[in-house]
Design a protein around this ligand. Structure first.
Ligand code: G
Ligand code: G
Ligand code: NA
Length: 250
């Protein structure tokens, strides 16, 4: 009951915040873009987005929260440069929800003056996509309008290379479970090597997530990974600011 009150208040008063974590180009060291991540009120049971989104899903109001999160992410994205991209999370199962109205998100983007080429929709799916052909169709619709698509958490769970190939995203985000400790784990290295080769042949760019240590970063650079994200390169921040350390000077 306390939880449901807390959740109700968050939704009614729109008490969520977006933080922005840099995604850094490993070629030139600049901030290529930012992933928008949702935070609930500090000190509330829903401060963590995992708790917030899980609860919303169990209550049957995932798409409502998701819409609010997307609005908040876009409205807070001041300072995005014209060559930078904002990465916005969308769960695959929200996309094929009949209540999901892409038009509304697109309208807010337009109102904020954000162009399609500055937006990457990051498709999250921890289990399997229930209605693959619908998701595929909707993603193609976005791409035709100039928006880009990233597949989140690749290399973990059920995201098969065949499914990725069929969705043909612009980016593959490699899960941090595969990245963390890669400099001293041959199996992780071989799997990532396969993903890098696959991505090259498919003309898809790789983003490695969860970089916390320089040895892992060095390894990724040597393996030809294009982009990286992680606490080492920048924590999620309430404002969009360029904070990445210079690469190659440690
Ligand atoms: O920022 P943090 O590591 O606590 O996020 C935990 C998880 O919550 C991440 O896997 C992320 O994908 C998810 N998440 C964070 N913000 C959003 C959001 O705005 N929308 C959706 N759908 N998921 C989000
Ligand atoms: O799955 P998704 O890409 O949405 O996950 C992003 C989540 O990962 C965010 O909650 C963010 O806070 C978290 N995160 C970002 N960088 C790091 C990192 O270097 N290490 C760990 N452990 N978590 C990270
Ligand atoms: Na994500």
């Amino acid at each position: 009951h306390t939880l449901s009150l807390a959740f109700g208040t968050i939704m009614e008063e729109k008490r969520i915040q977006s933080v922005y974590q840099p995604i850094v180009s490993l070629t030139n060291g600049v901030e290529f873009g930012y992933e928008a991540l949702t935070r609930g009120p500090k000190g509330s049971p829903f401060e963590s987005p995992l708790k917030l989104f899980d609860y919303a899903e169990r209550q049957g109001c995932l798409h409502m929260l998701d819409r609010l999160a997307r609005e908040t992410a876009i409205l807070g994205s001041h300072g995005l440069k014209k060559e930078q991209k904002i990465f916005i999370n969308i769960p695959a199962n929200v996309i094929h929800d009949s209540e999901f109205t892409p038009g509304q998100t697109l309208r807010i983007l337009e109102e904020r003056g954000i162009l399609p080429q500055n937006v990457v929709f990051e498709i999250t799916e921890r289990s399997s996509i229930e209605d693959f052909s619908t998701v595929k169709r909707i993603l193609h619709h976005y791409r035709r309008q100039g928006y880009q698509i990233a597949i989140d958490d690749a290399g973990a769970g059920y995201s098969s290379l065949e499914a990725i190939a069929e969705l043909h995203p612009d980016f593959i985000k490699v899960d941090r479970s595969l990245i963390h400790g890669i400099h001293q784990d041959k199996i992780k290295e071989y799997i990532l090597e396969t993903l890098v080769t696959f991505a090259q042949k498919m003309n898809i760019r790789i983003i490695a997530e969860g970089i916390e240590e320089y040895p892992d970063l060095d390894k990724l650079m040597r393996m030809g990974v294009h982009f990286a994200q992680g606490y080492l390169l920048g924590r999620p921040n309430p404002k969009i600011i360029d904070i990445a350390p210079e690469l190659g000077h440690h």
